[in-house]
Design a protein around this ligand. Structure first.
Ligand code: TYM
Length: 337
């Protein structure tokens, strides 16, 4: 049997190194395995939860589509689509909303973090929290369960959501499966060394912390962003501790074992931070420069991207439409004839 692999990226910002190392690169590698059947998409309904700037969303959809293809995704081999082109997904979201426990969703990290922030500020716990944010994990469960994904390549911050999808799917199976597994139990696929790529300040690289390294900025921009990586105050010649340096963690995510061993030895030997940043720049620029050129060529051809995504949506709906029909029947929404 083929292994169904599925993952998505929220279209709210410019793709960064964390998205690439945590999700895009492992997903593309996994899609090349002989028995892989991959579904990769732009999570543009998820974007509406965090962003009310239509232009930003539209631009980000384009950038993320171009990023996947420039990074080596073969749109013929995988099913590549926009979430918002699959009407079966919001319909399934409702079916799942009716079985998802409110208590389960109360425990979701993103929602809890917003409540905690409000409480800290002495505000109403639910101030400014939309139903979209609260039920975000149900929409994500629909993304995953719609295609019965076995493996979901994600960074560590998404593990809880994949586990929730599993719980919601199993509850649905129990209630409506009649002994049959309607939904497969998905598993997060985590690449340990890059599961949480740090940003410029050492916290998780994230659009919301404004500490990202954009994936396809120019070489000049890449260099100046790397120059902003926070390091300790050890002087040139003083030994540096690689295990206490997020610059080293970033290097590690892209280096071969031999390059990494050499860099570690050089840091221990007192390599200056300025020199270390130059090494990181060279490593990243070498990995990204080919893809950067492809990215800019793709961004100049939005019509071609549209064609690719529409073909992907048609492929995805070939799976989604009949399966949703089965699910509608299972819950008691059957044709009278
Ligand atoms: P999003 O858009 O925040 O991030 C996309 C992917 O990038 C990973 N990632 C990271 N990995 C390592 N280090 C980091 N610093 C880092 N920052 C981000 C994320 O873990 C994620 O894998 N809800 C999801 C999108 C989504 C989805 C899905 C994913 C919607 N439906 C179904 C998988 C399956 C999100 O907001 O990811």
């Amino acid at each position: 049997m083929k292994t169904r692999i599925l993952t998505g990226i929220t279209t709210t910002g410019t793709p960064h190194l964390g998205n690439y190392a945590g999700a895009i690169r492992p997903a593309i590698v996994a899609s090349r395995e002989a028995n892989a059947d991959s579904f990769y998409f732009l999570a543009d309904y998820h974007a509406l939860i965090k962003c009310d700037d239509p232009q930003r969303i539209q631009q980000s959809r384009l950038e993320i589509a171009a990023t996947w293809l420039a990074s080596g995704l073969d749109a013929e081999r995988v099913t590549f689509y926009r979430q918002s082109d699959i009407p079966e997904i919001p319909e399934l979201t409702w079916l799942l909303t009716c079985v998802a426990g409110k208590g389960l969703l109360n425990r979701a990290h993103a929602y809890k973090a917003s409540v905690d922030k409000n409480v800290e500020k002495g505000e109403d716990p639910d101030a400014g929290i939309t139903m979209g944010l609260f039920s975000y994990p149900v929409l994500m469960a629909a993304d995953i369960l719609m295609f019965n994904a076995h493996k979901v390549p994600v960074g560590r911050d998404q593990i809880q959501h994949v586990e929730m999808a599993r719980d919601i799917g199993q509850r649905f199976n129990h209630l409506f499966g009649n002994g049959k597994e309607l939904f497969t139990a998905p598993e997060a696929l985590i690449e340990e060394s890059v599961a949480t790529l740090p940003g410029l300040d050492g916290r998780k690289m994230s659009k919301s912390y404004d500490n990202t390294i954009p994936l396809f900025g120019s070489a000049k921009q890449l260099k100046s962003t790397i120059a902003r990586i926070v390091t300790d105050s050890r002087l040139p010649g003083e030994p540096k501790d690689p295990d206490d340096s997020h610059l080293f963690t970033l290097y590690q995510a892209f280096a071969t074992p031999a390059q990494l061993a050499e860099f570690r030895a050089q840091l221990l030997d007192g390599l200056a931070w300025g020199e270390a940043k130059q090494r990181l720049f060279e490593l990243l620029d070498n990995e990204l420069s080919g893809a950067r050129e492809r990215y800019h060529a793709l961004m100049a051809r939005p019509g071609d991207l549209e064609d690719i995504l529409q073909a992907g949506a048609a492929k995805a709906r070939k799976v989604a439409t009949p399966f949703l029909g089965e699910l509608r029947e299972a819950v008691g929404l059957r044709n009278f004839r």
